[in-house]
Design a protein around this ligand. Structure first.
Ligand SMILES: *Cc1c(COP(=O)(O)O)cnc(C)c1O
Length: 377
C-alpha cells in the first residue's frame, strides 16, 4: 500500500460536504438557476446570518480571509508607513494583508501556553522608540483560542490604536462572554475550506459594530464604489460569490454543533494523552476555545510525526517557519523590539493532530494509542 495513503487525515473538508450534501447541492442548483452570480441576495442573506451568529451589527463578505484583513485596515484608515502590531506565529496571510494595505508589521512574541500575542510584550514594544506611526494591534485567535482580548484591548485603547482581530481560526469562539470578532473595531474571518466554517473555495468576512467602517468596507471591496460607477475612494475587487454564500449559509447552521464536536474531540485527546511527556493545549480561563486545531508540543515532534505518518495518521505543523524567518520577510519586516524566542521554539515543537467534526471517537482513540506506543518504546 502506498505510504501516502492516510487512514485518518489531519483535516477532511469533504466529510463536511457529505454531512450536508442534499442541502448544499440544492443551494448550489438554486444559485445556478437564479442567474445572478456576483453579490446580491444570497450574499446579503449570509451576511445577515453571520452577523447574527456572532452578534454584531454589520458583516461584509469578501473573497478571502487575507482580503478581510486588508479591507479592515484600509477601512480604518491604516496605510502607508503605519505600524501594525501582530504575531509572527501565524499564517503568512496575516502579514501579507498588512503589507498589501501598505502598512508595516511589527512582530510581538506569543504567550507560552496559548500561542497568542503576549500583552506584556506588546506593552514593552510600545514603550520603545519606533520609526512609523503605531496604528493598530492585530492579534490572531490561533487554533480557535481567543487571544487575551481584554488586556490587548486595554493597551490598544490607552495608546489610541485600532484593535483588529484575525478570527480566521476562531468562528464561534468567545472570551468573557464576547464572541471573537465583536470586541475589536473589526473582526476578520476566512472561509478557507478547512476552517471551522469552510466554503467550497475561497471566502472571507469582515464584521464590525461601526456603521462608518461597514460602509467603508463595502465600498473598498468593490472598486471604491459609493454607488454604481462612482468611486469615491480607491478600492479593490474582493467579493464573495453567491455560490459560496449559499453553501456557507447551509454550513453555518451546523457551526455550533461542529464546534461542540471539536471540543469533545479535544477533551478526548486531553484525557487519552494525560501523563505523557508532551504539552497539551492550554485553555484560557473564561474563554470558549473552538479547536480549529488540537496542537501538542514536544521536543521529539518530527519523530512522532513520522511514526504517525507510517501508521496512516495525518498531522500538520501550524506553522513550521515563523513569518519573520520566511525568505520573503526576513530582513524586511520590522522585527519588533520584542524577542521572538517563544515563537521560534513553538515552530520547532508543535504538532497538529487530526481534528475535524466527523472524526469518530474510535479514530481519536487510534491516534491516542499510536502516540502512547511511541512514548512506550
Ligand atoms: C487561513 C488564515 C488566514 C487567511 O485566510 P485566507 O482565506 O486563506 O486568505 C489568515 N489568518 C489566519 C490565522 C489563518 O489561519
Amino acid at each position: 500500500m502506498g505510504s501516502s495513503f492516510l487512514h485518518i487525515p489531519q483535516t477532511n473538508p469533504r466529510a463536511g460536504y457529505l454531512a450536508q450534501q442534499p442541502e448544499i447541492d440544492a443551494a448550489v442548483s438554486r444559485v445556478l438557476e437564479g442567474g445572478s452570480y456576483i453579490l446580491g441576495r444570497e450574499v446579503e442573506i449570509f451576511e445577515a446570518a453571520f452577523a447574527d451568529f456572532i452578534g454584531v451589527a454589520h458583516a461584509v463578505a469578501c473573497a478571502s480571509g487575507t482580503d478581510a484583513i486588508e479591507l479592515a485596515l484600509r477601512a480604518c484608515g491604516i496605510g502607508t508607513g503605519d505600524l501594525v502590531f501582530t504575531v509572527s506565529h501565524t499564517a503568512v496571510a496575516t502579514v501579507a494583508a498588512i503589507e498589501r494595505a501598505g502598512a508595516i508589521a511589527v512582530f510581538i512574541d506569543v504567550e507560552p501556553g496559548t500561542y497568542t500575542m503576549a500583552p506584556y510584550e506588546l506593552s514593552r514594544a510600545l514603550q520603545t522608540p519606533l520609526s512609523g506611526r503605531p496604528a493598530a494591534v492585530l492579534p490572531v485567535h490561533l487554533y480557535g483560542q481567543p487571544a487575551e482580548l481584554c488586556a490587548l484591548g486595554d493597551i490598544a485603547r490607552a495608546h489610541g490604536l485600532r484593535l483588529i482581530e484575525d478570527c480566521a481560526q476562531s468562528h464561534g469562539a468567545s472570551y468573557r462572554g464576547r464572541a471573537t470578532g465583536s470586541v475589536g473595531d473589526v473582526g476578520c474571518f476566512s472561509f478557507y475550506p478547512t476552517k471551522n466554517l469552510g466554503a467550497a473555495g475561497d471566502g472571507g468576512m469582515a464584521i464590525t459594530n461601526d456603521a462608518a467602517i461597514a460602509a467603508a468596507l463595502r465600498e473598498i471591496r468593490e472598486y471604491g464604489w459609493k454607488e454604481r460607477f462612482v468611486s469615491t475612494r480607491i478600492g479593490i475587487n474582493s467579493r464573495l460569490d453567491p455560490l459560496q454564500a449559499a453553501i456557507l449559509d447551509v454550513k453555518l447552521r451546523r457551526l455550533a454543533g461542529d464546534n461542540a464536536r471539536r471540543q469533545a474531540i479535544a477533551s478526548r485527546y486531553d484525557a487519552g494523552l494525560a501523563g505523557l511527556p508532551l504539552v497539551a493545549p492550554a485553555r484560557r480561563a473564561d474563554a470558549i476555545h473552538v479547536f480549529h486545531q488540537y496542537v501538542i508540543r514536544l521536543a521529539e515532534r518530527d519523530a512522532l510525526r513520522e511514526r504517525l505518518r507510517a501508521a496512516g495518521i495525518g498531522t500538520g505543523v501550524h506553522y513550521p517557519v515563523p513569518v519573520h524567518l520566511q525568505p520573503a520577510y526576513r530582513d524586511r519586516c520590522a522585527a519588533g523590539p520584542s524577542d521572538l524566542g517563544l515563537t521560534e521554539r513553538a515552530a520547532r515543537q508543535i504538532l497538529s493532530l487530526p481534528m475535524y467534526p466527523q472524526l469518530s471517537d474510535a479514530e481519536v482513540d487510534q491516534v491516542i494509542s499510536e502516540i502512547r506506543e511511541f512514548f512506550a518504546n
